[in-house]
Design a protein around this ligand. Structure first.
Ligand SMILES: [Fe+2]
Ligand SMILES: [Fe+2]
Length: 472
């Protein structure tokens, strides 16, 4: 394959064709990626034309084209946001010094770890969602699923580009390992907990794209502040695509609420399940589950790693320029911890609280879509409001890992937990019920499964009943 073909085949703005060594490394990795995609990517529909968005440049207007493409032919490109002239390190001990174009030796291991951890989430989510096409509510939803999937694939490319271009042999080995770990596999799992949880029904998919992709947004915002400029530029561009993933989640949850509210108003007093929709307590349990598992992704409340990342300029706070103090020495942060089985409020050095500070922003952002759902329910005349559970609820990471805490945030004993568990988290019966609503994929343009309201509008000005995936 010629140099020019390769440059064409991998759309990029990193002058790939002029870097032979990098090009060779990516050439060797690409067929392995395609093998992985065919084995672990979406089940079925690989030969179908899907109306997809493809990134073709990093220009703020017109960065993507929309057209029919078969998923294995998707042009996974490598794009960095435009460089900022004379960009300076925005926080930590190196504040004000020029950013790095190469990896400083002393930060090599930490940076590689950050990049691998981010990179691992991308193929993991594709693996988690790989069977959802078989039960899709509509062609519109099927297309959105695949859009998210191919873009997570591109995010993997983005991280692999950094590993190949800046980390030599170790980087190439890590890039291989990103294709060999498997979500949910007992022997070789993905790195982070939430990315090993099954996401095998569409209510989970909407919760995942609402809550778990939103964790991605905040991790990317923090990495976009990095002193390692290629990482900053890569993640800034990834955020452009990530917005659509969260849109899929938010509108998905709203459409669930809309449909359920219609049924509740039409059949007052009936169990909504008798009419084939998701009852709101079940929706609340799904929210509880995915919110808690996504909170875990931010790491421990008190973290010396986070302090070190901040000190050395590797990972900042989201929108660091909104803060006045970018050194964060001498200040403290007050947060909840569990000590000897009791709840207490601790003041910790600010740098050690960086995970919690990022989580605070995430919590606030997560509330917004819940508020929209509640507004929709109230306007429909339904007497039910969704709530984000306490951030202490059902945590597996950090100070509250394994603690028995109610959604309201109170410590409870084991007996209470056991008796309430199925009212707080999805039970087997809930999961079976939700899946029963999605047994048969709906593949006719404009048609939709009965538990979900249609979208307000289509994609890129296309009508809702557009043939988003050509199934004949
Ligand atoms: Fe992603
Ligand atoms: Fe995403």
């Amino acid at each position: 394959m010629s140099t020019i073909d390769r440059g064409d085949k991998i759309p990029n703005n990193v002058h790939l064709a002029s870097d032979k060594r990098l090009q060779r490394a990516l050439e060797q990795w690409q067929p392995r990626f395609i093998e992985w995609w065919k084995e672990m990517g979406p089940e079925g529909f690989q030969a179908h034309d899907v109306y997809l968005r493809t990134a073709v440049s990093a220009d703020s207007d017109g960065w993507a084209v929309f057209d029919y493409v078969k998923m294995p032919d998707y042009r996974w490109g490598i794009f960095l946001a435009d460089p900022v002239a004379d960009r300076r390190i925005g926080f930590g001990d190196e504040l004000g010094k020029p950013v790095w174009q190469e990896v400083p030796g002393e930060h090599r291991n930490a940076l590689r770890r950050l990049i691998v951890t981010q990179g691992d989430t991308e193929p993991a989510s594709v693996e988690q969602q790989r069977r959802l096409g078989q039960t899709c509510p509509s062609l519109y939803d099927l297309r959105n699923l695949f859009q998210v999937n191919v873009e997570e694939g591109r995010h993997l490319w983005a991280m692999v580009y950094l590993l190949h271009s800046h980390f030599g042999r170790d980087g190439r080995e890590e890039a291989e390992a990103l294709l060999t770990r498997r979500s949910g596999n007992a022997d070789n799992p993905r790195i982070l907990g939430a990315f090993n949880a099954p996401c095998d029904d569409w209510l989970s998919f909407f919760c995942f794209t609402y809550f778990t992709d939103r964790d991605g947004k905040y991790q990317l915002l923090a990495l976009a502040e990095s002193a390692f400029d290629p990482l900053s530029r890569t993640t800034r561009f990834m955020l452009t695509e990530e917005a659509h993933h969260m849109f899929v989640g938010e509108t998905g949850l709203l459409r669930v609420c809309e449909r359920t509210a219609q049924i509740m108003i039409a059949h007052p007093g009936d169990d909504p399940r008798r009419h084939g929709v998701v009852d709101l307590p079940t929706l609340q349990r799904y929210v509880n589950f995915w919110y808690a598992i996504s909170l875990d992704l931010f790491g421990g409340e008190i973290s010396s790693n986070a302090a070190q990342y901040f000190a050395s300029g590797l990972k900042g706070r989201a929108h660091e320029d909104r803060y006045d103090d970018h050194v964060a020495l001498g200040a403290s942060y007050s947060l909840d911890v569990l000590r000897d089985g009791t709840l207490s409020r601790d003041d910790v050095p600010l740098r050690n609280a960086m995970n919690e500070i990022l989580r605070d922003e995430y919590v606030e952002d997560s509330q917004r879509g819940i508020d929209k759902c509640n507004k929709l329910l109230a306007e429909a005349g339904v007497d039910f409001q969704l709530r984000l559970p306490s951030r202490r609820f059902n945590r597996q990471v950090g100070s509250f890992a394994g603690a028995r805490v109610s959604p309201a945030g109170e410590l409870v004993d084991e007996a209470t937990w056991q008796s309430q568990r199925d009212t707080w988290l999805p039970s087997e019966r809930d999961r079976e019920y939700v899946k029963s609503l999605q047994q048969k994929a709906v593949l006719e343009p404009g048609k939709i499964q009965s538990w979900l309201a249609p979208p307000k509008r289509g994609i890129k000005g296309r009508p809702v009943d557009f043939e988003y995936v050509r199934v004949d």
